[in-house]
Each structure stands twice: as structure tokens, then as C-alpha cells.
Design a protein around this ligand. Structure first.
Ligand SMILES: [Zn+2]
Length: 611
């Protein structure tokens, strides 16, 4: 790769390159009410081998398999002169076209009815297109440029929002190669667009929604605050290849809630409106925009380049997604879009997930990241025991980010923070960019993240210990001590309350245990598990979880109670369970019922104050 590039530099001034002809896609919508799209794609200059047409199995930013070929039908291929060619199916995900004369035109329909960041959605109001769900590509043609022409339904005026490069007309666009094309979702419909600039960069907010212009104007002002605060963390914005960054929002009653990052854009979809769900929508904006650095350019090795034929695996999603999960709400706080009580609640939920769920004892954050292809949009028919063995790398990584940020601040007296770590990762791995548009030349591995922490903290031993305990190990940081520095108290939500576990009971026809029993709950020792029928606790008949609470109300932690149940084979069982104290945690700002010390106030302002 390096050698080939050197050759380009030497010869570049004297040779005119013969750029391969682009693959030309035409996307039309003759019957949008029936939710399918007509695709026509011309593949010129092919040579003599059969053309292998593929539908993607994966989509950038989603880690499970989606097998987009399932919605493709009415596939026909033609030679340059219009002669129909025979297609064969070498596997479920593609079509092979032989006997052509160097050019193939393929025509097919693809059905799509899900508005989110992964799929295709067509209806009379718009076409919402995630390229891997819609576009057939040719194997071996990754470096070919593409043109994409959008054709609206008969008699309708729609416009396009996309990170694709503008082309010869308002409905024509280009992509330099397959990686970039696939990374470029497009919204084709009656979009409203607002634009703002920060320094040299332009940001476009495109939305398809049911709200008013005034709501949108006010909302985009808040989006700008988020963009500014996140820019301060890194000290600069990436050089967006089309010359700007585009938010592609669909706030529609029939949309699914989602956010999906891309290099120069993000798709944000929600069933809620700006008026009704503003806080949640801004939270997604803050998360997704952070990704234009973290994941899109500060990119884990396992995701680069993205493989459209298989699930992509990365052991770094605790950083790529988890740290982003941490920075979203932190940015809302710094931008004064949420109050301190809400931030305390968010922090509490992060800690609660890692402290309260048993999965941490089974898999480290690095190992959880590698589970992504099964849990991120994956489907299973068989039962799993994931509620006992898996914690999402989003909150897990978010809790690690919280611990690392506070630890760096504590040990440097506020001079070094997680912002410095992110900026350093950006300068080493993100900013150098790619030799080709749509690629990252210096993706990182977990060892690079550890080395960067060693540099930023000035302490290799600290970096090794932090990674081995909290990222690759099973320990949990001392959040109570760390948060007390910033004037927050971590405490039991229900102190003194007797507890045998957070049983999920289905009261239809008894009190059936409707979810797994965790090994960290006292009642696990009784042998009770999913599908068993809980009959009595401490002599009281149980019909629902309220009955369990009232049976335990007379008891205190350390007491022993009898539990009677019938297991799913019909066998009656009795066991004695020693009650624990309800481990539920909450995080409370110290000014609720007290005052902050000057040191706490300084620490908190440096952390949560506007940058
Ligand atoms: Zn994300």
C-alpha cells in the first residue's frame, strides 16, 4: 500500500490517470405507497469475468448481520445492447452475471418499511435510504466511483439530504468509492434545512418532521451549543469531505428511535417530536455528533475497512461507543441543556448498570465489546442467559469513562482529564486521516489506547493497572470516593430494606418467574429460576411482586425466610433464604440538603462547566 502510494506521488505530475468509469445508480419510486424502490445500476468496463453482484450482510455502525438481500426481488440483468442475461445465485446474498460484453445493467426492486439508521423506508412522504440495505455492489469494484440519481414519485417535488458529493444536478450525487457510498445514507423527501457555522466549518440540520418552523429554529440553536461544546473537547473539527457535516433527522410518529453515525453525517430517527421529546432528541444529537471523531476517525482496527460480507468485530467498543455514551450527557450538562439533578441521575444509572448486573463477573468490558454482533440488532430464537452474563458495552464503557475522567482529574489536581485523552487519541489516530476518502489509515488497537493513557497521565504503571482492572478485568472503580470530590454522594436508594432479588413475576395464573434469576441475588441459592411458580415467601401467599415486597416489609437484612415454589417440572420445593440489603444505588448532588466545599465546587466546575 505504501509503495503504491509513493508511485502515485512520483508519477502524479506527468501521468494523466484513466479514472475508471463510475457505477451509475438510479433510484426511483413509482409506487411509494407500496414501500418499494426501483433500482437500476450500470456497471461499465468490467472485463470478461462474470460480475458478482452482492447485497451487504452488514451495515457500518451496526455490528450484527442483517442480510439485506432478503428484501430484494424482481432481479434482471442486461448486456449493453439490451439483451437479457442469465443470473445465478452462488449464495443467498448475491447474484452472478456471466456472458456479458463488459457492461451490465441490473434492475431490481427492494422493499423497505423501517425508519431507522440501518434499513430502508419508502412511503408517500419520503424515501429514507441506508445504502447497504438498498444498493447492490460488484465484488472487486471497491475503488470505482459511483453516481447516484434520485427520481421522485410522479408529480412530487422532493429534495435530498446526504453526505454524498453534489453532482451535475440537484438530484445527482457522487461517491469516490464503495466504502464512502455505503457510508452515505440519504433522506429524499420534503426536508427542512437549517445551517450554522462554527469557525471554518458548516453544519446542516436537515429534518423531516411534523413540527413547526419555530420549533425547529429553537431546537437547532441547542444543536449548535452541543456542536460547540464537543468541538472544545477536541480543539477542532474534522475536515468533513463534502465541505460540511449533515444531521439527517426523521422525527415522525412511524419512525423507530435510533441514531447512526457516519463520517460526515448522522441519521437520527425518533417517533417523538421536537415539542414533546426535545431532551431525548438532543441526547441522541450529542451522542451521534461525538462519533464524528470517536469511531468515525478515531477508529478501532476491527472496523477498518468495514467488511460488508460479514459481521465486524471489535474489542474496543467500550471506548468507541461507551466513551461516546459518557460524553453525550456530559455535553448536555456543559451546554446547560440539562440540570445537575438530571446529570446525577444519568451518572447513577451508569454506575448501577456495572455495579448491579452480574455480567461484569463473567465478561470484561473488552469481551462485552466482542458480543456486539449478537446483541446489537441481532435476533435469537433460543433463550440465552445474557441478563446474567452480558452488560451492554454502552453503559459499561460509559462507567469506565466516568471512572477514568474522575481519576485523571483527582490524581492531577484537575490539570489532566479524559478530554486530554480524547484529544490525544484524535491527534494520533483520527487527525492523520486516510490516503483515500472514506478510509482511516491509522486505526487503533486496545494497546494503543493504553499507551495513550500512559502518555496523557505520564504514568505507564497507572495506565496498565487501570486497563487490567477495569477494562480487561472484572473490578469496579470506587465511584463513591471519586464522585465525592465533585460534591456527589453515592448511596443506597433503600437503606435497610430487606431484599431477596429483583424477581420479575408474571401474575397471569400464579406468580410465574418470567426472567432469569441472577446468581448475585439471595434467592438464587433456593434453586428458583425462570418458569418456576413462586407460591410463598415467609409464609405469605404470593400473587405478584407487590406481595413479595409486603412479605419482606416485616423483615430486615440478615433475616432468614422460607420460600416455597413449584418448579416447571411440577415438583414442589421449599428453601430458606438469607435476606440481603437492597443494593440499589443512587447518586445525589450534595447541595440537596447540604453545601459544597470550595474544593468540590472547583472540581465540579472544571468537570461539568461550559468549555
Ligand atoms: Zn454510538
Amino acid at each position: 500500500m505504501k509503495r503504491a502510494l509513493a508511485g502515485l506521488v512520483i508519477l502524479g505530475s506527468t501521468l494523466t490517470f484513466h479514472a475508471a468509469s463510475p457505477i451509475a445508480y438510479r433510484l426511483s419510486f413509482p409506487e411509494p405507497q407500496h414501500r418499494w424502490m426501483q433500482v437500476e445500476a450500470v456497471f461499465p468496463e468490467l472485463g470478461s469475468a462474470p460480475l458478482e453482484l452482492r447485497m451487504s450482510r452488514a451495515s457500518p455502525g451496526r455490528y450484527s448481520l442483517h442480510d439485506f438481500a432478503k428484501n430484494v426481488y424482481d432481479v434482471h440483468a442486461f448486456a449493453a445492447g439490451g439483451r437479457e442475461l442469465t443470473t445465478t445465485r452462488p449464495d443467498p446474498y448475491g447474484w452472478s452475471v456471466g456472458g456479458h460484453d463488459g457492461s451490465v445493467t441490473v434492475k431490481y426492486k427492494v422493499y423497505g418499511d423501517r425508519v431507522d439508521g440501518t434499513y430502508l423506508a419508502v412511503d408517500t412522504t419520503h424515501a429514507h435510504i441506508n445504502m447497504p440495505a438498498a444498493i447492490m455492489w460488484g465484488r472487486g469494484l471497491d475503488d470505482r466511483p459511483a453516481t447516484v440519481t434520485f427520481v421522485p414519485p410522479p408529480g412530487v417535488r422532493w429534495s435530498v439530504a446526504t453526505q454524498l458529493h453534489t453532482g451535475a444536478s440537484p438530484l445527482e450525487f457522487t461517491a469516490p468509492n464503495l466504502q464512502y457510498l455505503m457510508d452515505s445514507p440519504s433522506e429524499f423527501g420534503p426536508i427542512a434545512v437549517r445551517q450554522f457555522t462554527v469557525g471554518p466549518r458548516t453544519f446542516r440540520f436537515s429534518v423531516h418532521h411534523t413540527g413547526t418552523d419555530a420549533e425547529l429554529d429553537g431546537y437547532v440553536k441547542d444543536v449548535e451549543k452541543i456542536v460547540r461544546q464537543e468541538g472544545e473537547i477536541f480543539g477542532e473539527y474534522p475536515e468533513y469531505e463534502p465541505g460540511n457535516y449533515t444531521f439527517l433527522a426523521d422525527y415522525l410518529p412511524w419512525a423507530n428511535g435510533d441514531g447512526m453515525e457516519h463520517r460526515n453525517s448522522t441519521v437520527i430517527t425518533a417517533p417523538g417530536s421536537i415539542a414533546a421529546s426535545r431532551g431525548d432528541l438532543l441526547d441522541t444529537v450529542a451522542h451521534e455528533f461525538f462519533h464524528c471523531w470517536n469511531v468515525e476517525r478515531i477508529r478501532p482496527k476491527g472496523l477498518e475497512p468495514f467488511d460488508f460480507d460479514r459481521a465486524n468485530i471489535s474489542g474496543e467498543l467500550w471506548l468507541a461507543e461507551g466513551f461516546t455514551q459518557y460524553y453525550g450527557p456530559l455535553t448536555l450538562q456543559r451546554a446547560r441543556l440539562v440540570d445537575i439533578a438530571s446529570t446525577a441521575e444519568t451518572i447513577g444509572r451508569l454506575i448501577e448498570t456495572v455495579a448491579g448486573e452480574p455480567g461484569r463477573l463473567v465478561r470484561s468490558a473488552e469481551e462485552m465489546s466482542r458480543m456486539a454482533s449478537f446483541i446489537d440488532g441481532g435476533r435469537t430464537i433460543d433463550r440465552t442467559n445474557w441478563s446474567n452474563t452480558v452488560i451492554s458495552y454502552y453503559p459499561f464503557g460509559g462507567a469506565i469513562a466516568l471512572a477514568l475522567d474522575l481519576t485523571l482529574r483527582e490524581r492531577s489536581d484537575g490539570r489532566v482529564s479524559l478530554d486530554d485523552f480524547m484529544r490525544s487519541m484524535w491527534r494520533k489516530y483520527g487527525k492523520p486521516g486516510g490516503s483515500r476518502e472514506g478510509y482511516v489509515d491509522h486505526p487503533y488497537g486496545i494497546e494503543d489506547a493504553e499507551a495513550t493513557l500512559a502518555e496523557v497521565s505520564g504514568d505507564r504503571g497507572f495506565a496498565r493497572e487501570f486497563f487490567s482492572r477495569y477494562v480487561q478485568g472484572h473490578e469496579i472503580a470506587d465511584y463513591a470516593r471519586l464522585l465525592s470530590r465533585a460534591g456527589f454522594t453515592v448511596r443506597k436508594r433503600n437503606p435497610g430494606r430487606a431484599w431477596l432479588g429483583d424477581l420479575h413475576l408474571d401474575s397471569r395464573g400464579g406468580a410465574r418467574v418470567a426472567a432469569l434469576v441472577a446468581p448475585t441475588w439471595p434467592i438464587y441459592s433456593a434453586g428458583l429460576d425462570q418458569d418456576d411458580d413462586l407460591q410463598q415467601v415467609d409464609g405469605q401467599r404470593i400473587h405478584n411482586s407487590g406481595d413479595v415486597a409486603s412479605a419482606l416489609a416485616r423483615r430486615k437484612p440478615g433475616d432468614t425466610v422460607a420460600v416455597v415454589f413449584v418448579d416447571r417440572t411440577g415438583a414442589a420445593r421449599t428453601a430458606r433464604v438469607t435476606l440481603a440489603e437492597d443494593p440499589d444505588l443512587e447518586v445525589v448532588p450534595d447541595e440537596q440538603g447540604g453545601t459544597l466545599t470550595a474544593a468540590q465546587k472547583t472540581f465540579r466546575d472544571r468537570w461539568l462547566g461550559a468549555k
